[in-house]
Design a protein. Structure first.
Length: 348
């Protein structure tokens, strides 16, 4: 089968590999029907994910159809349409039992798919702990609607859930990329008084205004004054930092009001300063990523009921055999790209 493979720093290539097989009685094999490319894939390509193993198939955003399951798998069976969770977790260790699945102590716990074990930018993928890692897609939900459930949408949902958002709040979301938009959608579900989105890219802000007209948008230049002006207590009540830019962590805590929750979802490529003397007395509460992505069934129900719709994020579609071209478009942010759907080659 075809598999987009991490060859070495700076190089991914589509290569022919054997179809994966069950290795454990809790595994499932999934035929990938739709996948996507994530910014984290680019982090692997650029060598900034030390755990990533050269030779692995990349890709951790996908939906598909179950082909085969191990003897111990109970929640899915061959033929089921499923979302695949970015995180692998055993469901039994201390961290899993507390819902902190990102820190599952299993050797493959956390982000393994498409990083430490073969992922889903391929025709088939082996998913360990299938009862934890797969969720059945409701019949009325399409592959496109479900595509982001296991990764960027799980991240946005988790971020909104932990940010202690109240109806009277002004919420600032920093970053309007794919994860930022997913976060925004999940923040909207919590019905805060006001939402402000900050991004340096005017095209992204336009996308926000078009799809979510009640949301206020602002560029980074005057974000601090803007947030103070549009909030009731001299700053945002909750800040969700999803950008991971050079100055966006500083922006996040500066725009927060005293006693606010600052949720850091972003994955930074460089260390960030936490200047405690400067923020002394502000009494901020920091919560930091990565996602505990174990609430995919709730997210699927929200999609089914029409409360979440991430399909406008899909701006481009390429078949798997043209994934290298899709990477070129995504990596260079060409042609107004937000997210690219990768279809199975079948029948072409
Ligand atoms: Zn991702
Ligand atoms: Zn675990």
């Amino acid at each position: 089968m075809l598999a987009c493979t991490y060859i070495e720093k700076g190089k991914f290539q589509l290569v022919e590999k054997p179809k994966p097989v069950l290795q454990n009685d809790r595994d499932a094999i999934v035929r990938v029907t739709l996948g996507s490319i994530c910014t984290s894939d680019l982090h692997i390509k650029h060598g900034s994910v030390p755990k990533a193993v050269p030779g692995i198939t990349v890709g951790h955003e996908m939906v598909g159809v179950v082909e085969a399951v191990g003897a111990a798998v109970a929640s899915v069976k061959p033929g089921d349409r499923v979302t695949v969770n970015v995180e692998t977790f055993c469901g039994q260790c201390f961290f899993c039992k507390n819902g902190w699945v990102n820190n599952c102590t299993d050797e493959n716990g956390g982000w393994a798919l498409g990083c430490r074990i073969d992922g889903g930018q391929a025709e088939y993928v082996r998913v360990p702990y299938a009862d934890q890692g797969l969720n059945k897609i409701p019949d009325s939900v399409t592959d496109e609607q479900a595509l982001f459930v296991g990764d960027v949408l799980a991240t946005g949902y988790w971020a909104a859930q932990i940010s202690e958002i109240r109806n009277s709040d002004t919420v600032l979301v920093i970053g309007a990329g794919p994860t930022g938009i997913c976060t925004l959608q999940c923040v909207r579900l919590m019905e805060p008084k006001r939402i402000i989105v900050c991004d340096k890219d005017e095209q992204r802000l336009q996308f926000v205004r078009k799809n979510y007209p009640e949301v206020l948008t602002v560029g980074p230049e005057n974000v601090l004054e803007f947030v103070k002006e549009h909030s009731c207590h001299n700053g945002a009540d909750a800040v969700l930092e999803v950008a991971g830019g050079k100055d966006t962590f500083k922006m996040a805590w500066e725009c927060a009001r005293p006693n606010a929750v600052v949720t850091v979802v972003a994955l930074y490529e460089e260390a960030q300063a936490l200047p405690l003397p400067e923020m002394y007395g502000k009494n901020l509460i920091f919560k930091t990523g990565g996602v505990d992505g174990c609430r995919c069934d709730e997210i699927l129900r929200l999609i089914e009921s029409g409360k979440i719709d991430t399909t406008p994020l899909i701006t481009h579609t390429y078949p798997l055999r043209q994934i290298e071209e899709a990477y070129r478009i995504f990596e260079n942010k060409l042609d107004g790209v937000i997210k690219i759907a990768i279809t199975a080659d079948e029948g072409e």
